[in-house]
Design a protein around this ligand. Structure first.
Ligand code: ADP
Length: 166
């Protein structure tokens, strides 16, 4: 990888949708790097509640207009994206032991694909340790009282999707 003077990192994920757990990780790491890209992964084999564009827009709105964090969408390997923008660091969050095996396998696979890209793990704030996009979507069918767990715009967007489905 071409060395760059800037310290760049990627925080990849589905973000379907972004939760306060994700926002917390972004806030904690954004100032550790000169540039942080929150990368919305889009896989043709996955079924999402929100399109990649919607997920990216919800991230931008959740972070606020003055955030210097870059939000981008990518279909394909995270390490390829990282290489293309000269970012040697991929950040992932770890909530509990349940996340560990998957994150370790993913980090090792990424190392196999490109050993110039290092995965860094950041532990979730315990108050968001049980918050996942999947659980938020399931619970949202029955309640919209999730304001401590997801940004307000996300709460509204989920309710809109649910009522559109009828
Ligand atoms: P993926 O489908 O790639 O796992 P997610 O959007 O579910 O994408 O998660 C992206 C990253 O954020 C993962 O590293 C995941 O472990 C982490 N993450 C998910 N929820 C939380 C949370 N509540 N607190 C901290 N990190 C989280």
């Amino acid at each position: 990888m071409k060395p760059t003077a800037q310290r760049k990192a990627i925080y990849p994920g589905s973000f379907d949708p972004i939760t306060n757990g994700h926002v917390d990780i972004i806030r904690r790491i954004e100032n550790l790097f000169d540039e942080l890209v929150v990368l919305v992964a889009n896989s043709p084999n996955k079924h999402y509640m929100f399109t990649a564009q919607e997920r990216a827009e919800l991230i931008r709105e959740s972070l606020g207009g003055d955030s210097k964090v870059i939000v981008d969408i990518h279909e394909g390997l995270t390490v390829e994206y990282a290489q293309s923008v000269g970012a040697p660091v991929v950040v992932r969050g770890l909530r509990a032991v349940a996340d560990f095996e998957y994150e370790m396998a993913m980090a090792n696979m990424n190392k196999h694909l490109n050993d110039e890209v290092e995965t860094m793990i950041v532990f979730a704030d315990p108050k968001y340790g049980y918050v996942s996009s999947r659980l938020i979507k399931s619970v949202s069918v029955y309640t919209n009282e999730l304001e401590e767990l997801v940004p307000r715009v996300v709460c509204q967007a989920i309710q809109k999707k649910i009522s559109a489905r009828g």
